[in-house]
Design a protein around this ligand. Structure first.
Ligand code: NAP
Length: 341
């Protein structure tokens, strides 16, 4: 009787070795995956979250899971190509958040007031509740100061006040959190406050900030700061940080814009009441925001100083402008400012 070739001692041994090798390789792969702690990045297809996901992916220390409502979008696919795990979910859908947060060591949370308005609170609360339920070890949450409280109840600024309320809720639940107050984006000068052409051929931008310094930053730089926070939990858990790349007056920003963009650009102070009466959606909220900053936030230099220690390559307004100057005046329109800060 001839034995089957695969039953011969040699073949049995080599098959067994092959099996062992596959199991070993599999366990190595699993180890690499399980050795990497998982961080869920919400808003990963947007300005802040994309900065965070990109910085974490470039670094490679963490397994990066990105939350989006549409995994087929261009941005989601780009994240996947960079090595992210992209999962679908919605801040309105608590079960989708449970699935996304499952197994996570850390979560970066951001909510979008300008798409959902008063729903922002419930969405933030959904995320915070799931973070607590899943016992996430480090939550990093993009919040903002309480502008209503800063102005002793005089000026409501819901996109800030709601985030401050969420911050209080996470503190109440004693979640190990780092709260991040990101400054006014440089990118707002491309989208919402592009320099407007004046009759004399010069350009201007204007709002109620007066001569008080306006802290600004590129949303992209949220990334390296949040990476430093996740890398050093012992330093940053249970703290509030500011993300600031420049802290100067609007006259100084206008000077920098004139120099880099090669046009005569000036800043016009507009009184709060005048601005609030402009009538576009969100005019009053923005008027209040600038007014509170003008009266109650004289400087954020301490936030800038700390950011420069955490990430010495923080982009100044001038360096960001140099990189993005081709985007200015590309589609110059006489549009009134719209809202989305
Ligand atoms: P963004 O670029 O407009 O992107 C919004 C992100 O939120 C997208 O990734 C979107 O993901 C996600 N998203 C929206 N609704 C969602 C939902 N229901 N479930 C899950 N994900 C959802 O936003 P951003 O600028 O990074 O952040 C917005 C926040 O920044 C606002 O709340 C604003 O108040 C705050 N902020 C802005 C400034 C400023 O100067 N502009 C300064 C400080 C703070 P998908 O579409 O892929 O699902």
């Amino acid at each position: 009787m001839t034995s089957h070739p695969l039953n011969s001692p040699i073949h049995t041994l080599s098959n067994f070795q092959r099996l062992l090798r596959s199991l070993h390789l599999l366990s190595q792969t699993n180890n690499t995956m399980s050795q990497k702690k998982i961080i869920l990045v919400t808003g990963a297809t947007g300005a802040q979250g994309n900065g965070v996901a990109s910085a974490l992916l470039r670094d490679g220390k963490f397994h990066v899971r990105c939350l989006t409502r549409n995994a087929a979008s261009q941005k989601a696919r780009e994240l996947e190509a960079m090595g992210a795990e992209v999962v679908e979910g919605d801040l309105d859908d608590i079960n989708s958040l449970r699935a996304a947060v499952d197994g996570c060591y850390g979560v970066f949370g951001v909510t979008n007031f300008w798409e959902h308005f008063e729903k922002e609170y419930q969405q933030g609360k959904n995320l915070i509740n799931v973070v607590r339920e899943k016992v996430v070890q480090h939550f990093v949450f993009s919040s903002l100061p309480d502008y209503k409280a800063l102005s002793n109840g005089k000026f409501a600024v819901p996109h800030c006040d709601t985030k401050a309320e969420l911050e209080r809720y996470a503190k109440y639940l004693q979640i190990p959190t780092t709260f991040i107050h990101i400054a006014f984006y440089y990118e707002n000068f491309l989208s919402f406050f592009p320099p407007q052409l004046a009759e004399d051929g010069s350009y201007y931008f204007g709002f109620p900030q007066g001569e008080t310094k306006l802290a600004m930053v590129t949303a992209e730089d949220m990334g390296p700061i949040v990476k430093a926070v996740f890398d050093n939990p012992q330093l940053y858990k249970n703290r509030t940080l500011g993300v600031v790349g420049e802290d100067r007056s609007c006259d100084e920003y206008a000077e920098t814009m004139s120099k880099v963009l090669g046009k005569n650009i000036r800043y016009n102070h507009i009184e709060r009441d005048t601005y609030a009466s402009f009538g576009f959606a969100g005019a009053e909220e923005l008027a209040n925001m600038f007014e509170v900053q003008r009266l109650h936030i004289p400087s954020r230099q301490h936030h800038l100083d700390e950011c420069l220690i955490m990430h010495p390559a923080m982009q100044s307004f001038e360096s960001w402008l140099e990189k993005n100057k081709h985007l200015f005046f590309a589609q110059q329109k006489e549009a009134e400012p719209s809202i989305a800060l």
